[in-house]
Design a protein around this ligand. Structure first.
Ligand SMILES: [Fe+2]
Ligand SMILES: [Fe+2]
Length: 186
């Protein structure tokens, strides 16, 4: 049952992305797959976490990037979509609430992650950027300062689990060196 719900959510995310706004981050499905890898790695370290809640939230956390107004906070749009789609799957209201809260708090901005699953999603999201192409894609597109700020935020948020932050430090330093050497956008 848990796996079939995860598969339904995956399909819903991929369909929404395909039909969604064309200005959405083009590698979004690849990003979410990378977050899933990190979530599975973290689940081995924190086996008490609820796997279904975490993986459902992985596949829904950025769905808001593909819908609505690009300028609206995608965590809010993703939360709304999570509530609406999971209700159709007839999940228990308590579970829907937990997944929606993971999604809402994943950016560690106005709403902070509190439960274990909320923290694991936020950390898997941030850590995934260190092993993916996001920074390079953004460097070719955004002012370098903004990409640096994103790297710093990611490294800060991985610090929710200090041991992981230590493990990731060499990757963070390598990205920082690469960004320094990257030609400025004119
Ligand atoms: Fe996000
Ligand atoms: Fe994300």
């Amino acid at each position: 049952m848990a796996n079939s719900n995860i598969n339904k959510v995956k399909t819903h995310f991929l369909r929404t992305f395909e039909k969604g706004i064309s200005s959405a981050y083009p590698y979004l499905p690849k990003h979410v797959l990378e977050v899933e890898k990190w979530a599975n790695k973290l689940l081995k370290i924190y086996p008490k976490a609820n796997k279904e809640i975490l993986l459902l939230s992985v596949w829904l956390h950025d769905i808001g990037q593909a819908i609505g107004d690009k300028n609206d906070d995608h965590a809010i749009k993703s939360e709304k979509e999570t509530l609406s789609f999971l209700s159709k799957l007839k999940l228990k209201p308590e579970k829907i609430k937990k997944v929606a809260h993971c999604v809402r708090a994943h950016r560690c901005r106005d709403i902070q992650p509190e439960t274990l699953e909320e923290k694991l999603l936020a950390v898997a999201d941030s850590a995934s950027h260190m092993t993916d192409i996001n920074y390079i894609v953004h460097l070719s597109d955004w002012p370098k300062k903004l990409v640096f700020e994103k790297l710093e935020r990611d490294y800060r948020d991985v610090g929710i689990f200090p041991k992981l932050k230590k493990e990731i430090a060499p990757l963070y330093k390598a990205w920082k060196r690469l960004m320094k050497g990257y030609p400025d956008k004119i």
